[in-house]
Design a protein around this ligand. Sequence first.
Ligand code: SF4
Length: 401
Amino acid sequence: MSQVLPEILAPAGSLDKLKVAVLYGANAVYVGGQKFGLRTAADNFTLDELREGVAFAHERGAQVYVVLNSFLHDKDLLELPEFVLFLEEIKVNAVIVSDLGVVKTVARLSNIPIHISTQASTLNVEAAKFWKSIGATRVVVGRELSVKEAGKIKREANIEVEMFIHGSMCMAYSGHCVISNFTQGRDSNRGGCAHSCRFEYSLDMGLDTEEKKKAFFMSSKDLEGLRILPEFINEGIDSLKIEGRMKSHLYTGTMSKIYTEALRYYHEHGNFLSDDLLYWESELKKVSHRTYTNASLIEKAGAESIFNERENSTEAEWQMVGTVIEASPNCGIVIEVRNAFNQGAELEILPFKGQVINIIANEITDIMMKPLTRTKPSTLIKLPYKAGVESMQLVRQKANS
Ligand code: SF4
């Protein structure tokens, strides 16, 4: 088929996760430095890590975008020029910005392409034209838009358009929210969101105590747009973004792999067969998530998109037990253990492409070849070699097994 494919843009909350995303197929990753981004609780990259991450991605044909999407006060803005010059020196592919002062500073000091963050709530053609007129090359449109509305912006404003396809949703209008500021003293527009919308609240409308409704009425289900991939392609959307810089390695790897494979399959065949769709969907459900929704991608989201449950009901079905450090017929499979598992555990290794590799851990040894009946976190262990296993692949196991 001749249609141009959108890029898959994955979150990378750390250098390790950047490597995972790129190896599992993401065309681009977005990362945060120590300042100016909206995820102060993520690991975030030091300057050296940013340099290494950009080099790693570029060697493998992937792009790196750096988030500078906090709304800054004047004193914060003073520190920005030095960082912008550094980002240009290491050749990042774009910065993601919401604050006009930051847009102006980046444009004045560098030639780094500017992507307008979803925090800027771009919802119409005129807004996109404005951003383009002051130097932006892409808009990450508000999550309130449908794919069709985003396609119109792409065509009429003649600017690159990026949309969220997967991940946690914000109940507030593209993140314009101060619940966290007032309830926790943490500024959500400067990186401190405490996810106050996920808490249980009671609705007191002059009702008796018994009648007060307790509910999680501000918490949204998670976005999942797998079945909508054909619409994204038909509307010419340039980039499909996966939310979650604070999420796990397993999340980053699984999302990068599944969306990339599904996109390629659709491009080659012009359709999805139901068996493939069911397989990809079952993979997306293996990582921690709330119930999935299309949110507003097709029609405006309504009450059905509220996730009225406690957060711990979203426990992952599968957990990551380690990362493959080395694999060859001579040395076997060396795994750095993250979560302990027992002899006989039914493990799955997530290959960079294709179906999972099943391994039953009947013969576990330490690296001195001493037999083990149970592994320990932060140790290296060995399993017998199995074809297809490569270093940096993720190893998972059903939770509570
Ligand atoms: S508290 Fe919830 S709605 Fe508000 S910014 Fe944080 S995630 Fe978004």
